[in-house]
Design a protein around this ligand. Structure first.
Ligand SMILES: [Zn+2]
Length: 355
């Protein structure tokens, strides 16, 4: 009798836990058009995905940074539809958009198609896989250091660790260990469909999904996913809420890519990071920012200015644009993003980008 009651209690708890976990921990999923959902990352899952529910199947744009975050989105997709995910499109190779891809094979089997532009396919293999190995090595080093600090009870200057510092370090250590555990399990499935410029899916019910590459931009293989009937575009990191990450970019080409995306007929953008954008206003702010940035950096390089001198000169005049990117909480955070952008533009203008 007693064990039966316990069994009932456990299954009731299991049901409750199941219901709770069905509420997205890492995603705000909102419908932006008929059958089209934005999955905006939250609680640390900072890169977005998009979910397109077709008549017979589902297409997901971007695979998240961690398999656990992607699995959480799979739970959400299953709440929206009983149709299987058949396609995963990666907008570019960066880890925060691809490392969770395998969750879709785990949930929907080996027939899931992984779609990428040719360079993104090459860069997942050539850049991302070594990057993952390097990150694992770095994390092992950081974890060992944190564990030693906690064991010794002293900070870097040899002073005893305060309670607050110890608690913060313990939390950081737990987070890093969890991420390491996931990274060691990451197996990015091979791409099954690759293309050069565009790939169009013609699905029953009048659903057309255009996957478009306009040349080099934020990386050398970015795509946007464009739904002409629904007037929605999913941009990857060509467009984000703030200033996108310039490190792997081709800035003067990128601004041309943005002009091309701007010409498409859409009213809603699901960006790579940040909230859903209604209309083209934020994209126009980014284009204006980039044109301003490029003109100034080119002028500085033409005057023979070093990177450091260029940063000083250009920062000041771009600081007035901070209001165009309200995602930054401090002027310093805005300046850091601007600095990365200046650096890459300076490299491009100086002929130092070789690939
Ligand atoms: Zn990203």
């Amino acid at each position: 009798m007693r064990s039966m009651r316990l069994g009932v209690a456990i299954s009731a708890f299991g049901l409750l836990a199941g219901l709770l976990s069905a509420q997205a921990q890492f995603w705000d999923v909102t419908q932006v058009a008929d059958g089209v959902y934005a999955a905006i990352g939250k609680n640390g899952a900072f890169a977005n995905s998009a979910v397109i529910v077709n008549q017979d199947d589902v297409l997901v744009v971007d695979g998240s940074m961690r398999p656990s975050w992607a699995r959480d989105l799979v739970l959400q997709i299953k709440r929206i539809t009983d149709k299987p995910v058949r396609y995963v499109v990666n907008t570019h190779w960066h880890p925060d958009h691809t490392q969770g891809n395998q969750a879709y094979v785990e949930a929907f089997g080996p027939s899931v198609e992984f779609i990428a532009q040719r360079y993104t396919d090459e860069d997942i293999t050539g850049k991302e896989l070594p990057y993952i190995q390097q990150t694992i090595t770095d994390l092992l080093g950081q974890i060992a250091k944190m564990e030693k600090t906690l064991a010794d009870g002293k900070d870097a200057e040899g002073k005893p660790l305060a309670d607050g510092a110890r608690a913060a370090l313990e939390k950081q250590l737990a987070d890093q260990k969890a991420y390491l555990g996931e990274l060691q399990q990451v197996r990015i499935p091979p791409r099954t469909l690759t293309f050069e410029h565009s790939l169009t899916l013609h699905k029953p019910g009048g659903r057309t999904i255009e996957i478009l590459n306009f040349g080099r931009g934020h990386t050398r293989g970015d795509v946007v996913v464009f739904l002409p009937r629904e007037k929605v575009v999913v941009t990857g990191d060509l467009l984000v809420g703030g200033i996108p990450f310039f490190r792997d970019s081709y800035p003067s080409h990128w601004v041309e890519v943005l002009e091309s995306v701007h010409k498409l007929d859409w009213t809603v953008a699901i960006p790579g990071h940040g909230d859903v954008q209604q209309g083209k206003g934020q994209m126009e702010k980014l284009i204006a920012f980039m044109n301003d940035l490029l003109a100034q950096v080119k002028a500085a390089v033409a005057q023979g200015k070093s990177l450091e001198d260029t940063k000083k000169a250009v920062q000041v005049s771009l600081s007035g644009r901070a209001g165009d990117f309200p995602v930054y909480k401090t002027p310093e955070a805005y300046q850091r993003a601007v600095n990365v952008a200046i650096e890459r533009c300076w490299m491009e203008a100086s002929g130092k980008i070789t690939d």
